[in-house]
Design a protein around this ligand. Structure first.
Ligand SMILES: [Zn+2]
Length: 299
């Protein structure tokens, strides 16, 4: 039998193959999470430079180190190095999870500790991919949800690191969600379109009410776009649940961090990760959660 036939006919094989693929994709996501913001910052810097030069300003270079370096830098080039000793990562040092364990969580050359975050992101992606294979089997739906999950992982960690949700990623999700609904792979198209529309408008209005009332900015525009994208996958019926869940998750994590004295009360905590987690949960269990709530409250 050909590999594709095996994957189609054996759910267990599909789960195993996609879990391993997820670990490898997770390893790539680590690269994206680190490099993509740097690529964006460079692009923005060059754009700003161009506009300012056109207007007659003199620009002197004072950017940060990775930005200043004008050598080719993208998701593929150059190859990864240890950030401390510049030791080139060889392919056997780049096997998801396994290399981390074999190397004892240290760089093979300078023995600097490697952050637990790298294997954690590989493991999370592997589990998400395996879960989707288990739930949806060999289908277009699975493929769409794999892309959704991978991009959400990237958005979550870029938002934690830089407090931005890059627009191009929000738009890929938004269009993918609408397209998948149009193709009949996920939810009815009307639910998806209204989900995207009201997702954007709800946080947009909240932002302006909060700003007029407190003169502070409670969240960024990226959050509206992310909720619009999530709405295209979950449908407008789930929007309220996503907002309530993310506020709930946010409160729990925020209070825990404050209790552990890891953060001050006024520290800005990005909202994107909570939205992404709540959105992901609502896409797959939203209906069940809402039903359970309505039943338990006797409505
Ligand atoms: Zn090193």
């Amino acid at each position: 039998m050909k590999l594709i036939e095996v994957l189609q006919s054996s759910p267990t094989t599909l789960i195993i193959v996609l879990t391993i693929a997820g670990l490898m994709v997770g390893s790539f996501l680590n690269v994206v999470i680190y490099r993509y913001p740097i690529m964006l910052f460079r692009e923005w810097r060059d754009m700003a430079k161009e506009i300012l030069t056109e207007q007659g300003y003199k620009i002197s270079g004072t950017a940060n180190e990775p930005l200043l370096d004008d050598k080719q830098f993208n998701l593929v080039v150059p190859r990864s190095r240890c950030p401390k000793c510049q030791h080139l990562i060889r392919s056997w040092e780049n096997i998801p999870l396994i290399s981390y364990v074999i190397q004892g969580a240290k760089c093979t050359q300078c023995k600097t500790a490697i952050s637990l975050r790298y294997p954690a992101i590989e493991l999370i992606t592997g589990i998400l991919f395996g879960f989707l294979a288990w739930q949806f089997g060999w289908s277009w739906q699975t493929l769409v949800y794999l892309v959704l999950s991978a991009i959400l992982v990237v958005q979550i960690f870029i938002d934690i690191d830089h407090k931005i949700l890059p627009d191009p990623l929000n738009y890929i999700l938004l269009w993918l969600g609408l397209f998948a609904a149009y193709m009949g792979w996920t939810i009815p198209l009307t639910d998806a379109v209204l989900g995207a529309l009201f997702g954007y408008l709800s946080l947009w209005s909240f932002y302006w009410i909060f700003k007029l009332a407190t003169k502070k900015e409670g969240m960024g525009y990226g959050d509206f776009k992310l909720l619009a994208a999530l709405g295209a996958f979950a449908g407008y019926q789930q929007l309220l649940l996503i907002i309530v869940l993310s506020a709930g998750v946010g409160a729990v994590i925020g209070i825990t961090m404050m209790a552990l004295k890891k953060t001050e009360r006024s520290t800005q905590i990005p909202f994107g990760p909570y939205l992404a987690i709540a959105g992901w949960i609502s896409i797959f269990w939203g209906k069940e959660i809402i039903d359970l709530y309505l039943r338990s409250s006797g409505i």
